[in-house]
Write a protein that binds this ligand. Structure first.
Ligand code: ADP
Ligand code: ZN
Length: 610
């Protein structure tokens, strides 16, 4: 007999036995007749009932002719209320004697939870392990069908309610233009095949998290009106050896059956890393899954009509075999949205929200450089939540601006209240950042300073460019480093020592200084890039940098970094000492108000010259 079938029968048998035991315990065989609540109501109205005893939700009913019956009521409602709701006659109800009996506290009432929460899971687990051991001995993992790819299928028939098309994807103009061809092929494959044209089989969508890779892939399927099979790379590597490749086989088989169709593999890098890079464990599941994908892709006929889209944010670590012709030979890069795209994304995600007159998507977009599409979708949603919480009937710009900070810094930490001393330190720290930034060259204006603790940061100084920059000068970098150091410098000037609150600033400052020297060639070491980042994969983390320079150079790099940091620190110190009165003023104001907006800050520093 098929072992799978045997196990199945066994499971059913156990369930039946357990079920039998339970029903015996719960419903001891009684022959009392049961009546429905509606029946009960009509009996009361008919004056047939003498008394009702309520015990928990169980009702014991005694009729005038000494007949008895049982019934159940809804949990949580009083019997009288319930009966009145069901339209019982008040006068008739008063004739019925209703007594309340505390629910019976018998043996079963404490034994049942024990059974349900203690013994039953044990049984299930025991059975599970037993089967597994048995199966692995038999050399096959057939007990349960883990091998089916859990592909989420969005049907061809209009993709349910949420059919996504290119209209729903803001920006990403070049990517869309490239994908139009794929859409056309999926729609009219014959046209292309007649020309003997080669259509890419695999397209790699490259972009950071939340730029809309999944969204765009779904839009392609929506435009072409074909089924969309979606799996995530990390799902393949889930459980048991041998499962991943079986799933791949299944996935491709399903796709071929419903061709023309799209397979979407999210997080391709989870399976597609360089083969042979795994450390530890001779048997590499990931590798087998990857091999299976390659085999399936190579085995495709030209006319299959299945196109594979894959998403990754790490194209650099993919196995080169994946990128060969006939596999993922087409690469489409999705850039993070620029200010216009951000405006459009906000618009798309606010479409179904009632908006106030003062809504200014442009302002919101300008304030959110570096936000991904997902972040912006989140902003629009947070804004709506904020408005709803205040029982407003529309979402105003105020909510959008508040939502930006929420998304940027995590939910406000109301529970953590700074002590007076901590608050003062935080105020000087943030005032330090803000003032150094103001008086250094090539910096962006300060938008907001706050010492309300949010997320991980104890306070923050927001400094947002109205348009992000691609190219930067050394002066700009040094200014930024000085700004980072401005926090702890201010603490030292005021209190004589610094606190742990500055540690994040310090690591960011030294990171930047190191990059200046090693990557950008902005030091006396000259125009050389030092260090080659190499992927050494260990426990999923990259840990190595190839040192392509000598010990001596390493020393000089350290020296250069030191010079930059010291220089920036000196500059920060000079600024803060020179503007000491202003520092006190801003810190004091911040201490009182907890947040200072751009206009107020500019008023405070008016008159002070760079
Ligand atoms: P990725 O797959 O790149 O991590 P997703 O495609 O899952 O990102 O994007 C997450 C969400 O962010 C989408 O569901 C969508 O709501 C929003 N989003 C991202 N990019 C865009 C965009 N260009 N236009 C509209 N919405 C977007
Ligand atoms: Zn700081």
């Amino acid at each position: 007999m098929n072992p799978l079938f045997k196990n199945f029968v066994f499971v059913i048998l156990i369930l039946v036995i357990i079920g039998g035991i339970f029903s015996l315990l719960y419903f001891p065989a009684t022959t009392t007749n049961e009546v429905s609540t509606t029946q009960l109501v009509s009996d009361i109205n008919g004056g047939k009932i003498k008394s009702i005893t309520v015990s928990g939700d169980a009702l014991a009913i005694t009729y005038n002719d000494t007949k008895t019956a049982v019934s159940m009521k809804e949990t949580g409602t009083g019997l009288t209320d319930l009966l009145l709701n069901l339209g019982v006659n008040k006068d008739n109800l008063q004739k019925v004697a209703i007594t309340n009996q505390a629910a019976k506290q018998d043996l079963w009432s404490w034994l049942t939870p024990l059974l349900i929460f203690g013994i039953l899971p044990l049984l299930v687990f025991g059975f599970f392990f037993w089967t597994m051991i048995k199966q692995s001995k038999a050399g096959a993992m057939q007990a349960f069908d883990f091998t089916k790819a859990k592909a989420r299928l969005f049907g061809a028939d209009g993709h349910g309610k949420e059919k996504i098309t290119f209209k729903d994807v803001a920006g990403l103009k070049e990517a869309k233009e490239e994908l139009v061809e794929i859409v056309d092929f999926l729609k009219f494959p014959k046209k292309y095949l007649a020309m003997g044209a080669k259509i890419p089989r695999g397209v790699l969508l490259v972009g950071s998290a939340g730029v809309g890779k999944t969204l765009l892939a779904r839009a392609v399927a929506g435009e072409a009106n074909v089924p969309f099979l979606s799996v995530s790379g990390s799902e393949f590597v889930e459980m048991f050896v041998g499962v991943g490749s079986a799933r791949v086989r299944d996935l491709f088989a399903t796709a071929k059956k419903s061709a023309p169709s799209i397979i979407f593999i999210d997080e391709l890098d989870a399976i597609g890393r360089h083969r042979g890079a795994g450390i530890g464990g001779g048997h590499d599941e990931r590798e087998q899954t990857l091999n299976q994908i390659l085999v399936e892709m190579d085995g495709f006929e030209k006319e299959t009509g299945v196109i594979i889209l894959a998403a990754t944010n790490r194209p650099d670590i993919l196995d080169p075999a994946l990128l060969r012709p006939g596999r993922f030979d087409r690469k489409i890069v999705l850039d993070p949205p620029d200010v216009h795209d951000r405006e459009e994304i906000l618009r798309i995600h606010s479409k179904d929200k009632p908006l106030g007159k003062d809504i200014n998507f442009k302002e919101t977009a300008e304030r959110t450089p570096g936000f991904s599409g997902a972040d912006l979708a989140n902003v629009a949603n947070e804004a709506a939540l904020l408005a709803a919480r205040q029982n407003k009937t529309q979402v105003d710009q105020k909510e959008f601006l508040e939502a930006i900070e929420k998304v940027l810094l995590g939910p406000e930490r109301k529970s953590h209240i700074l002590s007076k001393k901590e608050k003062e330190i935080a105020a000087y720290h943030e005032a330090g950042h803000a003032l150094v930034s103001t008086f250094m060259p090539e910096t962006e204006p300060v938008r907001k300073i706050s010492i309300i603790a949010r997320g991980m940061a104890a306070g923050y100084t927001l400094q947002m460019p109205s348009e992000e920059r691609k190219m930067r000068t050394k002066t700009g970098f040094v200014s930024e480093i000085a700004t980072f150091l401005g926090g702890c410098t201010a603490e030292r000037i005021k209190f004589g020592e610094m606190t742990t609150g500055a540690s994040n600033d310090l690591s960011r400052a030294s990171d930047m200084a190191r990059r200046l020297v090693k990557e950008y060639g902005m030091s006396s070491l000259g125009l050389i890039a030092f260090g080659e980042k190499e992927e050494l994969i260990f426990l999923g983390k990259e840990i190595s940098e190839q040192r392509n320079y000598s010990e001596k150079i390493a020393e000089r790099i350290d020296e250069e970094v030191d010079v930059i940091i010291k220089g920036a620190q000196k500059q920060a110190e000079i600024i803060l000492i020179k503007h000491r009165i202003l520092l006190d003023k801003v810190a004091q104001d911040l201490f009182e108000k907890e947040t200072i907006e751009r206009e107020e800050f500019e008023k405070l520093i008016k008159g002070a010259k760079k």
